[in-house]
Design a binder for this molecule. Structure first.
Ligand code: PEP
Length: 256
């Protein structure tokens, strides 16, 4: 059985009070109400850096809701003004870090190599990566998308020993579906998730591939989550816009 995960990527949204109420609405629910008792789903909230401490303080006695960050510096420490290190994140009990999000690749020019460095710092500090990959519409139309995604995975993750790789969470996020309202069909999602699992198996073997959670991201919402999560190789979702409303986020988490 693979771990089911629904992670909320809040991006650069919500001021302090809004982030507090959203968290309180989620952690104020019982495991039954969240559906985590019934389907074993793990929820991860990924606020912006400035809210991490406040959000963590609301997590007391809550099971199955975990804290993630949206990025981390590619250097361990030093004169990198404005950056936040892996060591800092772990000192606030952050457990997961979203890494290689397409917005970071596009706007901040993150390369597969830089992402690999970040992955090492995440593991080196005892946290776990939620590694994002995915293609542009152009690549899909050219028919090169699967090779492109495999290459993103090989270049950023395949240097890891199996003992570390088996803890990675992967998120397939077609760029053309992020924040656009366009979702990949369940067939499109399943095709890529299966290809990713096959690629992992070719490097680490079937047992590890079968254990790796592969999440879908890109305009996932309550109305389409059930169909997406029913796919054999879709183990949950990385949710952007719909994670900003507790009711939608929870409904998605209950969609398994
Ligand atoms: C994301 O950016 O990770 C994402 C999935 O966004 P949205 O759900 O808004 O498409």
């Amino acid at each position: 059985m693979r771990q089911k995960i629904v992670a909320g990527n809040w991006k650069m949204n919500l001021i302090k009070e809004e982030a507090q109420s959203l968290t309180a609405e989620i952690v104020g629910m019982s495991n039954d109400e969240l559906g985590t008792n019934q389907n074993g789903v793990k929820l991860i909230l990924c606020p912006s850096f400035v809210h991490i401490s406040t959000i963590k303080s609301l997590f007391k006695n809550v099971k199955n809701v975990h804290l993630g960050a949206q990025n981390v510096a590619s250097q361990a420490e030093g004169a990198y003004t404005g950056e936040v290190s892996a060591e800092m994140l772990v000192s606030y009990q952050v457990e997961y870090v979203i890494i290689g999000h397409s917005e970071r690749r596009q706007y901040f020019k993150e390369t597969n190599q830089e992402i690999a460095q970040k992955i090492d710092l995440i593991f080196g500090n005892g946290m776990l990566p939620i590694f994002c990959c995915g293609e542009t519409l152009e690549l899909r139309e050219e028919g090169n998308h699967i090779e492109f995604i495999k290459n993103q995975i090989s270049e950023s993750l395949f240097h890891l020993p199996a003992s570390k790789f088996e803890k990675v969470v992967i998120a397939y996020e077609p760029i053309w579906a992020i924040g656009t309202g366009k979702t990949a069909s369940s067939e499109q999602a399943q095709e890529i998730h299966a290809a990713i699992r096959e690629h992992i198996a070719s490097k680490y073997g079937q047992e590890i591939a079968d254990k790796t959670p592969i999440l879908y991201g890109g305009s996932c919402k309550p109305s389409n989550a059930k169909e997406l999560f029913a796919c054999a190789d879709v183990d949950g979702g990385l949710i952007g816009g719909a994670a900003l409303k507790s009711r939608d986020f929870i409904e998605i988490a209950k969609s398994f």
